[in-house]
Design a binder for this molecule. Structure first.
Ligand code: GLC
Length: 627
């Protein structure tokens, strides 16, 4: 270790100690924590240390515009960790170099919440493989330049975790790790201020435990026991688990449901200041043990709550966050054919400091919650409850004329806060299009679905951040309704978009003229172009380009004299907009870099006329002439 590195370590430890004492005021627990860090640092394999060293020179290694992510369920993608390893060539063909594996740790069947109810943080679910398989997969991925992201579920354990079992057996130390109450008095007080995560599928935030004769806090499902982070032992052991997982060769650790981890009576138990202290301490722990590892925060909250999770630039908390607001705003634009909210939203995203880096996506394993900026929308007379109802009706195909095919999620009658599930393709209208093709109702609706799906992906690939595809979207996989018959999942409509990856369907990507080929090749073209042009770099300047047509969204990217304007028609109807050159200099000649054609204004005109088909899009590029 160089002197400089030693000094840095001392500084990090100092900050850690200060935060730890502020929160816990417990010297002994801190000494234990530091020992635990040393143990994990000692256990880090040489190959991983080498990776840390390489990344030390490139702290923002994950900012590259050459990264393309995919998230997938191992059980749906070949069925085991080893099968995923065998399918790496397919992922490479897709151009994936960042792979998010959905939860793999041991979890009780039927009470697993898709793996988010962990019963052992150090054991892979036996049906999927072993820890050794995971390490081998990580090595194989690293050889191919693929980074791995792994879920760390820290708000709760499964009721079958050893701690919960010991608590049920009467062990007071284990009991102190959870929130247990002798009667409903305090739980009822909490319920007055704490909203519900799953109002219909898992109502309430507490569960009566017969074995204990006590009430347990269970913010999510009744089998997910909330951990009490006011107990330093919980923080110590969970950070130990995090580092253990990082040491298996993971590059990014996803902090699941992070806003929920601190509870205080009289509050909504979301985003409390202590959460930020804990995330900062976890970040410091990673810097000390596995500095090459980045933390991805899952903060599915209203826009103003999200950005604080990056922390101050010099004291980062999460390195990457889900861009949940842009995601749900995008779907809102599609249903309303009105991009004004997206422009407003992107104005704010573009102004964020460089350390604010997002993982962008259209769909993930969860529902789409309609956490839009209703303050902004209210100026157009939009009413929150009525609007959510409209969005849900549009995306479930109930709205007259809607071609979207999704399902409603957690539609509690009194709340007006239901959400939407479905795959990108089905929500875009491709499911309807394919069915109508079978009925020989013509190709128009299929064409519309394809165009919409591609336009949304083009928009995804235009944003700064890591674009992450939801497995199956690259071949336009449709909803899977088989969960309706599955006793373990029938009541959770998120499973409509959690179907098995259809490898036979994927073969059709090689057949000219198929839906799969058009989407697959379309995504390839977008990915290759994004990687090729420097205007897509994360350090490019980005602005909203106002097109003058509320249906057409524009984003302008600038990097070293190069400009790219992305135009996206969020309506099924054609639109015409004008494209002005951003600077006075030079003539306004643009290159359509996807079609490889030239676009120039009519003689004597300052702007080029751009015609967009329904759901049409462009990437228009120009380079300033060197003086
Ligand atoms: C996260 C996951 C979600 C899960 C919840 C509870 O929000 O994304 O799927 O239900 O955490 O662990």
């Amino acid at each position: 270790m160089t002197e400089q590195e030693r000094q840095k370590k001392i500084e990090l430890l100092k900050e850690l100690q200060q935060l730890y004492m502020e929160l816990y005021g417990d010297e002994e627990a801190f000494a234990f924590f530091v020992k635990m860090l040393d143990k994990n640092a000692g256990e880090r394999r040489p190959a991983l240390r080498k990776l840390d060293e390489t990344r030390a020179g490139d702290a923002h290694w994950y900012h590259s515009n050459k990264l393309l992510g995919m998230m997938l369920y191992v059980q749906n993608f070949g069925g085991s960790i080893n099968a995923v390893k065998d399918h790496l060539p397919y992922l490479e063909e897709c151009g994936i170099n960042y792979l998010h594996l959905m939860p793999l740790l041991d979890s009780t069947k039927g009470k697993s919440d898709g793996g988010y109810a962990v019963s052992d943080f150090r054991k892979i679910r036996p049906s999927l493989g072993t820890m050794e398989d995971l390490e081998n997969l990580a090595d194989a991925c690293h050889e191919k330049g693929i980074s791995l992201c792994f879920d760390f579920v820290l708000n709760h354990t499964s009721e079958d975790h050893a701690w919960a079992k010991a608590a049920r057996a009467g062990d007071p130390v284990a009991q102190s790790r959870f929130f247990l109450y002798d009667n409903w008095e305090i739980p009822h007080k909490y319920e007055q201020t704490v909203p519900q995560v799953f109002p219909t599928t898992a109502p309430g935030n507490f569960t009566w435990c017969d074995a204990l004769q006590k009430v347990v806090m269970t913010t999510f499902h009744n089998y997910q026991w909330d951990l009490n982070y006011a107990n330093p032992m919980v923080f110590n052991d969970m950070t130990d688990n995090l580092l253990y997982l990082a040491n298996r060769g993971m590059d990014v650790i996803r902090l699941d449901a992070i806003p929920y981890i601190w509870k205080e009576l009289g509050t909504n138990c979301r985003n409390l200041p202590q959460v930020h202290t804990i995330v900062r301490m976890m970040h410091l722990a990673c810097q000390l043990v596995c500095p090459g590892v980045a933390l991805l925060g899952e903060v599915v909250m209203e826009p103003r709550e999200v950005v604080p999770y990056f922390g101050p630039e010099e004291k980062p908390e999460c390195d990457i966050l889900y861009n949940v607001t842009t995601m749900c705003t995008t779907w809102h634009c599609l249903a309303t054919r009105d991009v004004r909210l997206l422009s407003h939203q992107m104005e704010q995203v573009c102004r964020l400091p460089d350390n604010c880096f997002f993982q962008n996506y259209l769909r993930c394993h969860d529902d789409i919650g309609w956490g839009l900026d209703y303050g902004f929308l209210s100026q157009y007379g939009t009413d929150e409850v009525a609007h959510k109802k409209y969005l849900n009706e549009w995306f479930t195909g109930k709205w007259p004329g809607s071609w979207a095919r999704g399902e409603m999620y957690n539609d509690a009658a009194d709340l007006g806060d239901a959400r939407t599930c479905g795959t990108t393709a089905s929500l875009c209208g491709l499911e309807t299009g394919i069915l109508e093709m079978l009925d020989s109702k013509g190709e128009a609706s299929l064409r519309r679905g394809l165009d919409c799906d591609l336009m949304l992906h083009a928009w995804l690939f235009t944003q700064t951040g890591i674009p992450v595809i939801y497995s199956g979207d690259e071949i336009a996989q449709l909803n899977d309704y088989s969960y309706h018959e599955d006793p373990a999942h029938w009541d959770d409509s998120r499973y409509v978009h959690r179907g098995k990856f259809d490898f036979a369907l994927a073969e059709k990507r090689l057949e000219k003229g198929t839906v799969q080929q058009e989407i697959f090749d379309g995504l390839q073209k977008l990915k290759d172009t994004r990687a090729e042009y420097d205007v897509f770099r994360s350090d490019a300047k980005v602005y909203v380009y106002y097109t003058g047509d509320d249906r057409v969204f524009g984003l302008l990217r600038e990097y070293e004299g190069q400009t790219l304007v992305g135009l996206f028609n969020f309506s099924e109807h054609p639109a015409d907009v004008k494209l002005y050159a951003p600077h006075e200099t030079g003539d306004a000649v643009w290159r359509d870099i996807l079609a490889d054609t030239e676009i120039r204004p009519e003689e004597g005109q300052p702007a080029a006329d751009i015609h967009l088909n329904g759901y049409g899009f462009y990437w228009l590029y120009r380079k300033e002439q060197q003086a």
